[in-house]
Structure formats: C-alpha cells, structure tokens
Design a protein around this ligand. Structure first.
Ligand code: CA
Length: 226
C-alpha cells in the first residue's frame, strides 16, 4: 500500500512517515502543496494524508484539484483547525476522514487502516439501472435519455430502490427509509407509490425495471423477473 503524505511541519511528517513505514506502508512525503499535487497526479496512491495549511497550495485546494481527476482515492485530512465549518467544508471538497492535531499515532493508524479497508470510494452522483439514470446532485431522473418528473416522495422511493438495485426491499424497509416517523398513513402507501413510479418509469417501455416479489416486497433490477 502506497501512501502520500503532504505535510510541511518536518517534525510531524517524519513522525508519521516513520510510524507508517514501520507498519510496512510505502510512504512518499511532500512538504509543499503544489509539489504534493504533482506527486498525487503522477503516481497511483492508495491513500492521501493532507495537512490543510501548506505552502504552495493549501490542503483544501489540493483536495479539490485531485477530486477533479481522481474521484476514488481515500483522503484523510490532518489539521490543527477543529472548527466545524472547516470540517464540513473539507468533507464537501471530498475528504473521507479528519484528524485534529495533536493526535496519537495509534489513532492515525487506525483511521488509515479503516480507510484502506474501505478501498476506493465511488463518488459518482449518478446511479444507473439499465437505461434508467438518477442523479443525486441534480435530483434528475432520466430513462433512455428522457427526463422523468417525479414528486419528492416518488424520487426518494426510486432513489432507495436504485441504491439497492437487485435487493428485495420489504414494504416495512421502504416505509422506514422513505417516510419519516410521523408516518401513520394508509398501510398500502408503498403499493400506491410504486404504482405511480411504474406509470412514470416503466409504462412506456417494454423492459420493466421495477419488480414485485410476491410476499416479500419490491426490487429494481436489470435482467429477468426474479
Ligand atoms: Ca501545516
């Protein structure tokens, strides 16, 4: 496993690099944001550890630039700042985890291992099942390239089905995920909404994607009827 560490504080970076090397990781170190970005875009790393306050280019900008071309590499941010706004901003920019200085090496190592176990993360906002596409960012749905207008509940239901494509979801699971706790409505609400969705998503097409699994619930999947 090869890790890139971008940290300008020599003491901190040598402490981390030595610790990770002792754990048999290959570690490249850069003490400058611009040089770090060059390394990150030249070599294939399994994980990036970024400080925020860096000469050359700050850690947030470095992260944003990397995310434009490499959406999957896990990124751990190291920083002295612990303001909530900074954390949120960096998660928005595509950070996977955050560690505030000072920290114990054991904690850094645990986080590094957890991120590596998870592996490359798909950050695409688009989910697809055959020619049906749902974009979580724009909240738009298209089938065969044609825009489908959904109400917000229909959208939530479709998103839940598509995020679990191929898995049978019971009516109870659907109610728990799509409706909130205040839901005390009619018991066949799921069937009603699935019917609405089918009208919009499947009716105009020969291939039906939303499937009823008798006695169990619903699923959305490509391929044959389960
Ligand atoms: Ca720094």
């Amino acid at each position: 496993m090869r890790i890139l560490l971008v940290e300008d504080e020599a003491k901190v970076s040598s402490f981390i690099a030595r610790g990770l090397a002792a754990e048999r990781f290959a570690v490249d170190v850069s003490n400058d944001g611009t040089a770090g970005f060059d390394l990150a875009s030249t070599y294939h790393y399994d994980l990036l550890i970024l400080d925020l306050m860096l000469p050359g280019m700050n850690g947030t900008e470095l992260l944003q630039r990397i995310r434009r071309t490499n959406s999957t590499v896990p990124v751990l941010i190291l920083t002295a700042r612990d303001a909530v706004a900074d954390k949120v901003g960096n998660f928005d920019a595509g950070a996977d985890d955050y560690l505030t200085k000072p920290f114990a090496f054991a904690e850094l190592l645990a986080r590094v291992k957890a991120l590596l176990r998870r592996g490359p993360v798909s950050r695409s906002s688009v989910v697809r099942v055959e020619d049906l596409e749902l974009d979580r960012l724009s909240q738009q749905v298209r089938r065969a390239g044609k825009r489908i207008d959904l109400t917000s509940k229909e959208y939530s239901l479709l998103e839940y089905l598509m995020s679990n494509a191929g898995r049978v979801l019971s009516r109870t699971m659907i109610i728990e995920h799509v409706w909130d706790q205040s839901f005390d409505g009619i018991t066949n609400i799921v069937d009603v909404y699935v019917r609405h969705l089918r009208n919009k998503v499947d009716d105009a097409h020969d291939r039906k994607l939303i499937k009823t699994v008798r006695g169990m619930g619903y699923t959305i999947s490509s391929g044959a009827q389960p």
